[in-house]
Design a protein around this ligand. Structure first.
Ligand code: NAD
Length: 444
């Protein structure tokens, strides 16, 4: 099967209603998130008056690898899964991005996530381009043995394009420290010596870093603190309230550090439901409760509310930290926070974004708010390459330094050019890559 897609001929700043066409195979990037990612780039390119040749090169990944991943199931049968590794841009350095095991994985989604990683790394001044990978599968239904065989075979299939100087994977949905250890081991066996720097998010015992597990949530909470200090909206830090959707790695750690910063977390949710206490939830006890029970539902001293209500609470700060596309044109009107920090990737649809802007909500985009994970991944890679490991305090200090600087870069641009923070973050992210591309020439 072959589908026709519109191809930008490169006249002026590449708007996509130009004449050219090109044929693509069935493995087209035709996914909604990829269209959104391209549209975001197109809008920023127009605004920046980006050179059309550079714009066109940035609209598609530099390299996309599609692989078959056959494994033996526990029942003796063989099953083949589709795997992907997409490297969006290599101008600033090797590519970096997570690997997700999920049934939604397809080339378009992985490509969108890879593009967003490019902007995120560039915004944070990390010497990386963006990548992403994944295998389309149902990890909930797979045994640990099947997951290991999947991870190892997938690694073998993408081995030629990864490496500490080329492309460095990391965990994402349904992959974790153990998955990274399998990837590191498979790669190391192939080259004949231990190469911890081929992946990040590893256990500390095989070259991981202190502070990686908490990095993303810590970064979200720090960015919220910075935004309140800069008074992006009128919020009294003494009485500030917050709600968090999702209580996994990002949501629970964000709640933990917001609470430590003196912000009252009044509502949280997970896939099972949501809880609310206007006087503030006892987050340390809740973290303990969730470790034991596996859900926030049933926690003492809080009322149960519907999952969607957590997004609509009357709070100063809202952190969606679960899934993409949870705030859309359907519910954006009901959002009542003053600051929204995107803990998840892409929780706000473009339509919702403009509704929130009109309502005066200060939306801190994911490429800034949830960048703590990739920042500490970068620190892990640096430590692996140098064979010299840092204390947790050193990691945290450096994390806050890089995130604070990126926040200020974005904030200053919003002040100078009357831009919303998402546009400013994109202008900075895209701008730095484009400037480097212009200097380097056609190769990267
Ligand atoms: P996770 O699997 O640890 O946690 C996800 C949480 O969301 C769980 O508590 C789950 O119960 C909850 N959830 C799922 N469906 C829900 C629903 N319908 N309503 C409410 N809650 C629901 O995942 P994570 O690592 O915390 O990642 C969360 C998001 O943050 C993802 O979008 C991920 O891409 C993004 N992100 C993660 C990192 C990281 O370092 N972990 C970094 C950047 C971005």
């Amino acid at each position: 099967m072959s589908v026709k897609v519109q191809f930008n001929s490169g006249q002026n700043t590449a708007s996509h209603n130009t004449e050219g066409w090109r044929h693509h195979s069935m493995y087209e990037y035709n996914d909604e998130s990829f269209m959104i990612a391209q549209r975001q780039l197109d809008e920023v390119a127009r605004r920046m008056n980006l050179d059309s040749g550079i714009h066109e090169r940035l609209r598609y990944p530099r390299k996309s690898l599609i692989v078959s991943v056959p494994i033996k199931l526990d029942n003796g049968q063989t099953k083949t899964f589709m795997g992907y590794r997409v490297q969006h841009d290599q101008t600033l350095g090797p590519t970096k991005g997570g690997i997700r095991f999920h049934h939604s994985v397809n080339l378009g989604e992985v490509s969108a996530l890879a593009m967003w990683m490019t902007w995120k790394c560039s915004l944070l001044n990390l010497p990386y381009g963006g990548a992403k990978g994944g295998v389309c599968c149902f990890p909930e239904e797979m045994s640990q043995g099947e997951m290991e065989r999947l991870a190892r075979r997938y690694t073998t299939e993408i081995l030629s394009i990864i490496g500490p100087e080329k492309d460095i994977p990391a965990p994402d949905m349904y992959t974790n420290e153990q998955t990274m250890a399998w990837i590191m081991d498979t790669y190391s066996n192939f080259v004949g010596f231990a190469v911890p720097g081929v992946v990040t998010g590893k256990p500390v015992s095989v070259g991981g870093t202190q502070g990686r597990v908490e990095a993303t949530g810590r970064g979200v909470a720090y960015i919220v603190k910075r935004a309140i200090e800069r008074q992006v909206r009128a919020i009294n830090p003494e009485t500030a309230t917050a709600a968090v959707q999702g209580f996994g790695n990002v949501g629970s750690i964000t709640a933990k550090y917001l609470h430590q910063q003196g912000i009252k977390v009044v509502g949280v949710s997970d896939v099972h439901g949501a809880i609310y206490n206007p006087a503030g939830l006892d987050i340390p006890s809740l973290l303990h409760f969730v470790r034991e029970q596996g859900t926030v539902v049933g926690f003492d001293n809080a009322q149960k509310i519907d999952g969607h209500e957590v997004l609509e609470l009357d709070v100063d700060v809202l952190v969606p930290a679960a899934l993409g596309n949870v705030i859309t044109a359907k519910n954006a009107d009901k959002i009542r926070c003053k600051i929204l920090a995107e803990g998840a990737n892409g929780p706000v649809s473009p339509e919702a974004d403009s509704i929130l802007r009109d309502k005066g909500v200060y939306v801190i985009p994911g490429i800034l708010a949830n960048a703590g994970g990739v920042v500490v991944s970068y620190f892990e890679w640096v430590q692996d390459i140098q064979h010299l490991f840092w204390s947790e305090q050193e990691v945290v200090d450096k994390l806050y330094y890089l995130m604070g600087r990126a926040f200020d870069d974005v904030y200053n641009l919003t002040q100078e050019q009357d831009m919303d923070p998402r546009t400013a973050a994109m202008v900075l992210g895209v701008g730095r890559v484009a400037a480097a591309k212009a200097l380097r020439g056609l190769y990267p």
